[in-house]
Every structure is written in C-alpha cells, then in structure tokens.
Design a protein around this ligand. Sequence first.
Ligand code: DC
Length: 228
Amino acid sequence: MATLNIAIDGPAGAGKSTIAKAVAAKLGFIYIDTGAMYRAVGLAAVRRGIDSTDQEAVASILDEVEITLKHTEDGQQIFLNGENVSAEIRLPEISVAASNVAVIPAVRLKLVELQRQLAQKDHVIMDGRDIGTYVLPDAQLKIFLTANPQARAQRRFLELQEKGVKTTFEEVFADMSYRDKNDSGRAFAPLKAAEDSVMVDSTAMSLEKTIQTITEMAQNALQSEDMK
Ligand code: DC
C-alpha cells in the first residue's frame, strides 16, 4: 500500500507541531517532528562542549549520534543514544544550536535518510523546514504555515513560560529572528515554500480554526488518493 504523506513547513512558532500533532491524532497518522532531530544533534554537540557553528567538529561526532523515535499517545518521544531527551531539547540554547547544526550538509543527509524511511512505512504528517521541497517532494499535500514574527515569538514565549523555562519575550524574539535568518539563508535545503504548497497564515486564526482548516485539507487529500 502506498503511504499518504503530508508535509507542513514554515518558520519557528507558526504552530506547526501543535497543529500537525492534532491533525495526526484526528486522522490516525503518525506525526513526525523533524525539528526534534536537529535539536537532538544540537544537544549532542552542546553536551560535548562543541561550538555548534563549527561544521567540521559537529560532522566528526555524527557517527556517535544515534537518534531513535517512539510514538506514544502524547506524540513523539526522541532518544539520543538511548536516552529520552524530549524535554531537554526544548531549551532556548538548544533551539539556536539546532539551527546552527542544521546548516551542515552531513547533518541534514543523515537525518533526511531517517525521515524518508519513516515516511515510507506509514501515513505520516511530517513538519519541518524542507519537507515539501527536499525530504518528501512527492508528498500528496504540502502546507506552508506561517504567521507574523510578533505573533510567533509571543506564542513561543507563552509555551516556554508554561514549561517553566526562564526567559523574556525580547530574548525569544531575538532567538527566533536569528533562526529565521539562518534557516532561510542556508545553502542546502533552506526554509522555503514548495511551489505546490498551500499557504496558511495563522496570524489572525485561532488554533482550533487552523486545526480544522488543515484537517479538512488532509481529509480531501485522503479521499482523492482513495479514488485513484
Ligand atoms: O521546528 P524546530 O523549531 O523544532 O526546529 C529546530 C531547528 O531545526 C530549526 O531552527 C531549523 C532546523 N530544522 C531544519 O533545518 N529542517 C527541518 N526539517 C526541521 C528543523
């Protein structure tokens, strides 16, 4: 059986993971958060005291980095060399390290291979930056989810506050602007809307409305695949 693949790309804080998780639960798809994989590599570098912008040093530890995923009712759990690091990878300093290691082609090639294998096995909703353009160019539905920078930083700030992470709005806004520039400006598989993607701007949309809109698009994609 062919698998149905849905790609959701967009900048940090647009709501990709919350929405992808909810839509996956409604449709019985597996949700794959590819950002968590880059975060795990960023964490591996930080833990070794490696500067995440030092491309050679980061590439040299890749053979020692084993990433595995487990899918539970609460969504995806991510393991770095067997250790569950799902909470630790959300720290602000790891966001920046993730964006830095994501520039490195060797890092991307390793993670993209894993992502493509997962998409072959199951119906998946995968979120990231390059899913529609590079990882799954044949995905049956591609969404580019965005929102203005102010709204994205505000959402991310509230999320971090709820988790008890000490930070300020200004810090979150600055980290996000750095990542936006880094993720869109890199040479290999940058953040970009695929030509055949549907643009969804969530700035003025409630979470419920965004989930409903994308669920409907996914249901239509499922139906048209079934009819083939
Ligand atoms: O989605 P996120 O904020 O958890 O992603 C963390 C970083 O990983 C992000 O700044 C850029 C990088 N990333 C990427 O380059 N490609 C992806 N498919 C997913 C994330």
